[in-house]
Write a protein that binds this ligand. Sequence first.
Ligand SMILES: [Zn+2]
Length: 215
Amino acid sequence: MHVTIDGETYEVEIIRKLGNRNTYIRVKKDLKIYVTTNTFVSNREIEKLIYSNTEFIAKMIDKVDKKKEKDEKFYYLGSEYDKVRTSTKGIVLGSQSVFLGKEITKEDIDKWYKKQAEKIFSEHLENCYKLYSRNIPHPTLTIRKMTSRWGVCNTRSKRVTLNLELIKMPLFCLDYVIYHELSHLIYANHSKDFWTLVEENCPEYKKIRKYMKED
Ligand SMILES: [Zn+2]
């Protein structure tokens, strides 16, 4: 069963036990609504009960959401930071904590990541290009969030696309992905020759791939 509260759809998990006298509504960490009740209460009645308690449920969801956000760590260049909400504005990175202004949203954090990535990724791409063992065309850089890969190389347009998520990883991961994508400018496949070329430029690539759980 699904319900919509404040425009968001939530899954409802119904737990029926013969011995339950009352019906309870809870929201758990997975942001699902759990209804514990007995075998005599119908789904329709449960739905009614939920919709007559939306204000209370919305409060529970909000509370779980806030706790979840606080428990989620902040990652930057392979280090982990605690999130601390402050009354000041913006995002400030400390040595163990990241200080986030009250108004800072997930989108703001992504924007901040993107800003850092634009500088760091282009510097590293430039550097790897300079150090590269063979003659290759100068690539252009695109940065975006991707879900299934760390990098893409368009051999025709000589464009290297790097996953924004790399900003959360140690820099050796970034360099490996860059060398990997640059090697595609010579071999468009993942042949034995390709991996030899990757190793020529990034001798530790096997360990790094393991670290990144790429294989
Ligand atoms: Zn590849």
